[in-house]
Design a binder for this molecule. Structure first.
Ligand SMILES: C[S@@+](CC[C@H](N)C(=O)[O-])C[C@H]1O[C@@H](n2cnc3c(N)ncnc32)[C@H](O)[C@@H]1O
Length: 324
């Protein structure tokens, strides 16, 4: 080396860094385990109104993100759960979506998704407000070996959604996610005629109980995102595939792989509308293509999202019109 020249120091990339920010939110790249120690995330402790996420799953992780087995996965979740719960506001909620999984090589369902949810709940000492099913009838038949080839199992078409919270009574209002009334209810409200009295179930229907127009029917705990009558009218715009088209076009243009396991936009919108107010803070520790941030931005919520893959975070820029 020439005299007087000092060797160049290798610039170490921080394990967590801000990838981009928008008017309402910030996207961080890094593993959530590290991000939870980052000042920007620690500042959120006790402030998150909704933690909405679909975590990586061991079968997927095996292929893409490492080699965690079922036991290791549960141990990893067990350690992470209380750290994530610490971010939650007193009346905040955690909503976790997790799909079904199958044992390798045989037509048997894995109990791991349920064990994972239970582990998370117990480790963070949370309340289970409700277990919902997110039904997606448009899903392709699978697992193929048992459903379409051997034809010994039915099409797997739903995911589990667990709604958890610190207290048994977190902020929520089902009037914000009312579904359009069906044909019969509309007719009833028009004609004001129905049979009152005791039903075989034992329920007593009063003379006027069904005559009040409450603006829509109460959403059930099975959410069917394909059927317009299962989506609150105010959220119908999120079922519009234009949402995803913009993201996919951006990824294509920048030669990035579109995320293979994106959360349904309508599902994210449903829970934000149900469980948060304007300007509330939404957090996703496993952001992927940043469905959570994009929906939060559109709905006037603040958001912070963490994703370990630089490429997925890069692709997620395509979900926003304006990045600051
Ligand atoms: C099921 S995907 C989430 C998809 C996302 N909800 C969406 O709509 O695109 C899980 C994501 O977690 C990321 N991930 C895996 N391990 C992680 C970790 N330790 N910290 C942060 N992100 C992680 C993966 O890269 C993957 O994108």
């Amino acid at each position: 080396m020439a005299a007087g020249k000092t060797p160049k120091k290798a610039v170490e990339k921080p394990s967590v860094f801000e990838s981009y920010r928008t008017k309402r939110g910030k996207m961080f790249v890094g593993r959530i385990e590290d991000a939870l120690d980052h000042t920007a995330v620690r500042r959120l402790e006790g402030k998150v109104n909704l933690l909405l996420t679909s975590p990586p799953f061991p079968l997927v992780r095996k292929k893409r993100y490492g080699n965690l087995t079922g036991e290791e996965y549960l141990a990893w979740l067990e350690e992470l759960a209380p750290r994530l719960a610490k971010l939650l506001a007193e009346d905040g909620s955690i909503v976790i979506e997790i799909g079904n999984a199958w044992e390798a090589g045989r037509p048997e369902m894995s109990t791991l998704p349920l064990e994972a949810l239970l582990t998370f709940k117990k480790a963070a000492n949370l309340h289970l407000c409700q277990h919902l099913i997110c039904h997606n009838p448009a899903r392709l038949p699978g697992p193929a070996a048992w459903v379409t080839v051997k034809r010994v199992r039915l099409k797997d078409s739903y995911t589990h959604v667990w709604w958890l919270s610190k207290t048994a009574d977190p902020k929520a209002d089902n009037r914000r996610v009312l579904l359009p009334y069906g044909k019969d209810m509309k007719a009833l409200l028009r004609t004001k005629q129905y049979n009152a009295g005791r039903r075989p179930s034992g329920h007593v229907i009063s003379d006027t109980g069904f005559l009040k127009n409450n603006g829509g029917s109460i959403a059930p705990n099975v959410i069917d995102l394909e059927a317009a009558q299962h989506v609150p009218s105010s959220l119908l715009k999120f079922s519009n595939t234009a949402w995803d088209a913009r993201y996919r076009a951006y990824c294509k243009k920048h030669r990035l792989e579109a995320h293979p396991a994106r959360m349904q936009t309508t599902l994210a919108a449903f829970f934000m509308q149900f469980l948060t107010d304007d300007n509330d803070l939404v957090f996703d520790p496993f952001g992927g293509s940043n469905t959570t941030g994009a929906v939060a931005e559109e709905m006037g919520r603040r958001w912070v999202v963490v994703e370990s893959s630089v490429d997925y975070a890069e692709g997620s820029r395509g979900r926003f019109e304006q990045i600051q």
